[in-house]
Design a protein around this ligand. Structure first.
Ligand SMILES: Cc1cc2nc3c(=O)[nH]c(=O)nc-3n(C[C@H](O)[C@H](O)[C@H](O)COP(=O)(O)OP(=O)(O)OC[C@H]3O[C@@H](n4cnc5c(N)ncnc54)[C@H](O)[C@@H]3O)c2cc1C
Length: 371
């Protein structure tokens, strides 16, 4: 457990840097397990890029379920107990509290929590994923949604994760021992929608020729490297943290995302010697970006490619509106994503097999740029 996930999720720290640092100290065989863990994030992101309907149906399901909570008193009561640490299952209640207070849970704890939510409390997985996504400082559309689906048996079809009292007792060093309180079976969930696989859209490779300005988002906090070949004349930073859910976003998660983008804004400003507007949260990216581009006299905005999630949704909408004003929005994808995502359309194993080849490619193309 490195506790790096919030920083890696917002790309304050790049996967390539983590891999570089680890491989500088350890042989690939020694660090194999950790290297694979780092690749899990890219796997989930790439998988969701191949199956975007999983995200849209999750979002639709959450909306429908939040409406149902207003009409179904019994469901509302069970949901409130779960998110307010009042289920009576001591470990689960402690973890719900810890999540809200700290914005973080250990991976094993997340697995136990999701399993108890789904199989013991029999609550809809989508509401649990929404609870996590609102509070985790590393809240990530792909890792979160797909991990919840994995626990429920929807990601690896039919394979579920059952939280067992003995396992909890052992790994919490006797802090918790929920004997007789947890479901003994974890039958796989099912869903009506079949999610077909799609080809991943191409990222913009042509460089904007004329005067450009930067757009910074919570998807990538390292504009100095990503746009090192450009000379932007101004910058703007926008937040989409509220877009995680229609319910309130946890204080820790909001503060972390704001601090991440503020930090990127200050670094970009220093590095490029330009004014970068401080981050603001707004629903209307179209109007904000159009006004910014017009005020600075730019016809091209560049930003980091946003994988499936609220930022990508805002960008897609803004792109059309900007185009109507003759302004182009270029999305640049990182080499790491270009190399990993094509192998992330099925199970993790296919990507795992490619890790040595990807690391070699990265050493050739990315490492020299970072050093
Ligand atoms: C139900 C559930 C929901 C989750 N939701 C999220 C989420 O919203 N955002 C998120 O970043 N992670 C999520 N995870 C994955 C994982 O729990 C966290 O990434 C991990 O706990 C981060 O702690 P760490 O930095 O100490 O990880 P380490 O164990 O130190 O791993 C190093 C890095 O590898 C990556 N990594 C490791 N394990 C995973 C994994 N299983 N999936 C993806 N990346 C991984 C992370 O970038 C992490 O920082 C979820 C897991 C579960 C079971």
């Amino acid at each position: 457990m490195s506790l790096l996930s919030g920083h890696i999720r917002h790309r304050l720290l790049l996967e390539t840097e983590v891999l570089d640092a680890v491989l500088a100290r350890f042989a690939p065989s020694t660090a194999e397990k950790f290297i694979q863990e780092v690749f899990w994030r890219g796997y989930f992101k790439g998988w969701l890029e191949h199956h975007p309907s999983v995200w849209t149906s999750y979002r639709d399901d959450v909306s429908g379920l939040l409406e149902r909570l207003n009409a179904d008193d019994e469901l509302r009561q069970r949901y409130d107990q779960a998110v307010q640490s009042k289920t009576g299952i001591v470990c689960f209640d402690a973890w719900a509290h810890e999540l809200v207070e700290t914005g973080y849970l250990h991976n094993h704890t997340r697995m136990w929590f999701a399993s108890i939510w789904i199989f013991t409390l029999q609550l809809p997985w989508q509401l649990g994923a929404d609870f996590f996504y609102r509070h985790l400082i590393d809240g990530d559309p792909a890792s979160n949604t797909l991990s919840w689906r994995w626990v429920g048996g929807l990601h690896t079809k039919g394979k579920t994760y059952l939280a067992r009292p003995n396992n909890i007792e052992k790994f919490t060093k006797d802090r918790f021992a929920p004997h007789g309180q947890l479901a003994a079976h974890a039958p796989p969930l099912s869903e009506a929608t079949a999610h077909s696989r799609q080809a991943i859209g191409r990222a913009d490779t042509t460089l904007p020729g004329d005067t450009v300005a930067l757009l910074l988002t919570e998807e990538d906090g390292r504009p100095e490297e990503l746009f090192s070949d450009l000379q932007p004349i101004a910058g703007i930073s926008l937040l989409a943290t509220e877009g995680r859910s229609s319910l309130p976003i946890g204080e820790r998660a909001s503060a972390f995302a704001l601090a991440a983008v503020s930090d990127a804004t200050q670094r970009a400003s220093r590095h490029f010697g330009i004014v970068v507007d401080a981050p603001v949260e707004t629903d209307d990216w179209d109007a904000k970006l159009t006004a910014f581009a017009q005020a600075n006299g730019v016809k091209s905005l560049v930003t980091a490619y946003a994988p499936v999630g609220p930022v990508a949704e805002k960008l897609a909408k803004a792109k059309d509106s900007l185009a109507r004003h003759g302004i182009s929005l270029f999305e640049r994808r990182r080499e790491y994503d270009e190399l990993a995502w094509p192998h992330a359309s099925r199970g993790f194993f296919a990507l795992k097999k490619k890790i040595p080849a990807i690391l070699e490619d990265l050493q050739r193309s990315v490492a020299p740029r970072l050093l």
